[in-house]
Ligand binder design. Structure first.
Ligand SMILES: [Zn+2]
Length: 68
């Protein structure tokens, strides 16, 4: 379970890195939200550090990805 989450996070980070390299207009450092944009729950600081520019908590991120 934890491994699956780590793998998903690594993949998200990889896709983010690719996106950042493709668009030079995006600042190299993005500030992560402290509270989830969708449900206003506090985002764990580890997640904020690990996922640069994250906007949502883990469950809401999964919901966003499921909606795509
Ligand atoms: Zn949330």
């Amino acid at each position: 379970m934890a491994d699956d989450i780590d793998r998903a996070n690594d993949q998200a980070q990889y896709l983010l890195d690719v996106a950042l390299h493709r668009s030079r207009r995006v600042p190299s450092t993005r500030v992560s939200a402290q509270f989830c944009e969708d449900c206003d729950d506090p985002i764990p600081s580890l997640r904020q550090q690990k996922i640069e520019g994250c906007e949502t908590c883990v469950p809401c991120q999964e919901l966003r990805e499921a909606r795509r």
